[in-house]
Design a protein around this ligand. Sequence first.
Ligand code: RNT
Ligand code: ZN
Length: 419
Amino acid sequence: MDREKNYAMAREMYSGIGVDTDAAMEQLKNVPVSLHCWQGDDVTGFDHDGPLTGGIQTTGNYPGKARTPDELMQDMAQALALMPGKKKLNLHASYAIFGEGEFVDRDRIEPKHFEKWVAFAKERDMGIDFNPTFFSHDKVKDGLTLSAPDEGTRKFWIEHGKACIRISEYFAKETGIPCVMNIWTGDGYKDIPADRMGPRLRYRDSLEQILAEPFDRQLVKPCVESKVFGIGVESYTAGSAEFTLSFAASHPGCLPLMDNGHYHPTEMVSDKIPALLVFFPEIALHITRPVRWDSDHVVLFDDETKEMAKEIVRNNALGRVYMALDYFDAGINRIAAWTVGFRSWQKALLLALCTPNAAFKKLQDENQMTKLMVMQEELKTYPFGAVWDEYCRRCGVPVDGMWLDMVEKYEKEVLSARR
Ligand code: RNT
Ligand code: ZN
């Protein structure tokens, strides 16, 4: 197969509809996408040995999961080598790395507990995003953290949030890249509550106390992530969509974060992106694949993924939307899971960049809806695969069809030795 010829033909076809594929690839190369460390070990982390809580769940028991910081970093490095484009590292507080015999609880963690991660990121020219971990911990009281009625519990988690702001600022200073710090809690009730407002008043107050920690707004970008329900938390979620949106809207510098697994199944985050972009200078996303619920399947190159990417690209918002992947499948090879998800989102962005967006908008504004429908439909069979291959080649990573063998080899040589 002559890949160069394929690309030349594709470039010509796209250029026929006014799309510059070379410019699209150049642009995409510099857009950071955050890769979540937690796909590598089923959201276990290093600071506890209890179960995963907070209403989220990993399913499956594929062998070879990372058990130590070294293993997780080794696996992640392997996955990163198979992904085109610019990456950022996304960490959870539960991935703190303690020295021999050392331990501090989450309200006392410090930058030094993340030094190894900083070295890992710096070696690879990556910025770092951060998440306080409000789950999988014995101080989650009756399923509640920042909205708990128990003051001691709430205080502990507020201190955790403040510690994470300090660590986020340290990441930004070390890497020279702003750190997006996302606050998500699974706080809620399994059954019908008698008080829906009280937990939200406490949640708001807790968030305000966390954000009262002094920090440089250019360096740390705090976000609040909403959710509709979780497993065991089916009846009520304190951090609902209205709650987090209103909080972000009324607290300048705080961004709303939408996870596309956190809405009712017919609600589309692709439609919510432009709605928020009308009001917020910056927003954040967790990109996942919900299958009937917030199942966090691996992101694919599917319709809604493409549609979300389109909304970011055609509204010139690549610089205003912080994009992070968030899924965890424990039933398949975890390095392949990381790789497919990251590559799918890159594909979606590249496809959006290879769309004659200005021409399509013009058709819409002139009410030429027939032509718009036909053109949008016909674009679907343009030779995008050849552009994608070329992009991978230019980024120095394997094209489709060439990387899974490497993962299988790594599985045989490295992962299968972990028992
Ligand atoms: C849970 C949220 C949250 C987590 C991560 C691990 O439903 O999506 O973002 O997935 O923080
Ligand atoms: Zn999420």
